[in-house]
Design a protein around this ligand. Structure first.
Ligand code: CTP
Ligand code: CA
Length: 224
């Protein structure tokens, strides 16, 4: 469009976007995952690129196509995503949309775990994954703007605000991911934008429209 590419309001700005789920291996053939499709993160990467930003999209395993005009780095595990994010710094803005698995399997099996007749199912020991958003929010090369999402099924506003503070973010887009909303995997989203001094409810719209609105906000904030 008229505002896109090299002449856009984000020309010369660098951005990181994380998107999709992470897969945490159990053994060579099994993993722990979640229902994230990557649609919202990929849409945000595309919208930032349309405004002229140089975008690195760091994505977990998804089935949707790569967005146009974006450098895509594919990862599987949370620890790989953290390393790819760190390697892409410094940037002007980071938008962490990935549904990073909170836990990984403490010690993955080198071979496929087998059933053993008469034995109990194998216990899965979990270890906490690194919090990528929190790391970036408190990083020595912290981007000027750090934005996260908050996936909630209850107390959306309160939990979103707590995440903003805990992770050192400038904004959190909090959304209700209860199955009844259809947000996980669906094409629409309804978010609450939580900033340091207030929150606003955005009406339900497509994930592309959420992306456009967020990219426009980022352009305004980075030009201030
Ligand atoms: N996030 C991250 N690294 C993690 C966990 C979350 O970068 N290991 C980011 C997500 O990309 C999102 C934000 O943190 O931008 C909030 O994720 P969410 O899962 O809602 O919050 P958690 O802190 O993991 O808390 P919980 O799942 O217990 O609600
Ligand atoms: Ca989480």
């Amino acid at each position: 469009g008229m505002l896109g590419g090299a002449a856009g309001p984000l020309a010369g700005r660098r951005a990181i976007v994380t998107s999709g789920p992470t897969h945490e291996p159990i053994d060579p053939v099994r993993y722990i995952a979640n229902r994230s499709s990557g649609k919202q993160g990929h849409a945000i990467a595309a919208a930032l690129a349309r405004l002229g930003a140089e975008v690195t999209l760091i994505s977990g395993p998804v089935t949707i196509p790569d967005p146009a005009g974006v450098r895509v780095i594919r990862v599987e595990r949370a620890e790989e995503m953290r390393d790819a994010v760190a390697a892409a710094l410094p940037v002007d803005v980071a938008v962490m949309v990935a549904a990073v698995a909170d836990w990984r399997v403490a010690s993955t099996a080198g071979n496929k775990i087998k059933k053993r007749p008469g034995e109990a199912p194998p216990p899965l020991q979990l270890a906490e994954n690194p919090d990528i958003l929190k790391t970036i929010g408190h990083h020595r090369s912290r981007p000027r703007l750090v934005i996260g999402f908050a996936a909630e099924t209850e107390n959306v506003a309160e939990n979103g605000r707590a995440k903003l503070d805990r992770k050192g973010a400038d904004y959190i887009l909090a959304n209700d991911v209860s199955p009844k909303t259809g947000v996980m995997g669906g094409d629409r989203n309804r978010v609450k934008l939580i900033g340091r001094d207030g929150a606003e409810d955005w009406p339900e719209m497509s994930k592309d429209e959420v992306a456009e609105k967020l990219a426009a906000l980022i352009a305004v904030k980075l030009s201030a």
